[in-house]
Design a protein around this ligand. Structure first.
Ligand code: ADP
Ligand code: MG
Length: 267
């Protein structure tokens, strides 16, 4: 661990919903996908990550959830290192069990919904809080039905995924992520697989979630959502943060040529 990284670990504050990436590097073989990414997400803030295909956006989300290990630097959620604990000046890997415990504090919504096809909507929502958090099924089920009502699916609680539209499936996936009562929610292009007329209903649910104080980290090409909801917009290109700031700056007055070029393609 470098002296700068060590000092940054020392400064980690114990704040629920805070996410910090410090000088994060990640390579697959010789392909360097993240090349020194540093970002801070304040509790309850909404951060939208934009960037060309292959720029490392999904990898960025995966290191936050410890689905990938970082090669250098660190990620911290709620003031706690992700996947590691500190021993003097070295970082020791957490046990599998502790990694799973950490992961339940972070919700993940994927482009492809990833619902269990053989389970009903409510069963999909109930699964993780019972299996991973050991909460009582009856209590979780009552909460799951409330969450499904909140995403507009009270009448679909007992339907299976194949009976639901893509937009409805994605709203079940959001309810499922919320059921873990996460301090941080990660979204990886949650509307990219949807027919255009179904995008709005999912973005509306995300806006509602944003108002509740959960920290959101959202990869999306929906610039309108970024403009309306994001506190911070980040432009990632070839594994580095090219630009970050409020939407009014990054989207309307970008400082970097690469940001301008990217926005011209998606707007
Ligand atoms: P984005 O989400 O911005 O499109 P990704 O983070 O998915 O980008 O991928 C960044 C680069 O890393 C791409 O070139 C991709 O092919 C590569 N990559 C992603 N995951 C793996 C993996 N598990 N093994 C090897 N290469 C990968
Ligand atoms: Mg991706």
């Amino acid at each position: 661990m470098s002296a700068a990284t060590s000092a940054a670990v020392d400064r980690l504050a114990d704040a629920t919903g805070r996410v910090e990436l410090h000088d994060v590097h990640k390579a697959y073989g010789t392909l360097e996908v993240l090349r020194g990414v540093s970002l801070t997400l304040e509790p309850g803030s909404v951060t939208v990550v934009l960037g060309p295909s292959g720029s490392g956006k999904s990898t960025l989300l995966r290191v936050v959830n410890h689905l990938e290990k970082v090669d250098r630097g660190f990620v911290a959620v709620d003031g706690e290192l992700v996947g590691y604990r500190r021993r003097g000046r070295t970082l020791r890997e957490l046990t599998e069990r502790d990694v799973l415990r950490q992961r339940t504090r972070i919700g993940f919504v994927f482009q492809s919904f990833n619902l269990f096809p053989h389970l009903t909507a409510v069963e999909n929502v109930v699964e993780a809080p019972v299996a991973a958090q050991g909460r009582p099924r009856a209590e979780v089920e009552a909460e799951a039905r409330e969450l499904l009502a909140r995403v507009g699916l009270a009448d679909k609680a007992d339907a299976r995924p194949r009976q639901l539209s893509g937009g409805q499936q994605q709203r079940v996936a959001i309810a499922r992520a919320l059921a873990l009562r996460p301090s941080v929610l990660l979204f990886d292009e949650p509307t990219s697989a949807l027919d255009p007329e179904l995008v709005g209903e999912v973005l509306d649910v995300m806006k509602d979630v944003a108002r509740t104080g959960t920290t959101l980290l959202v990869v999306t090409h929906e610039i309108g959502f970024a403009r309306e909801v994001a506190d911070t917009v980040v432009l990632l290109d070839r594994g580095v943060v090219v630009e970050q700031g409020p939407p009014s700056q990054v989207l309307d007055a970008p400082r970097h040529e690469r940001t301008r070029a990217f926005l011209q393609k998606v707007l």
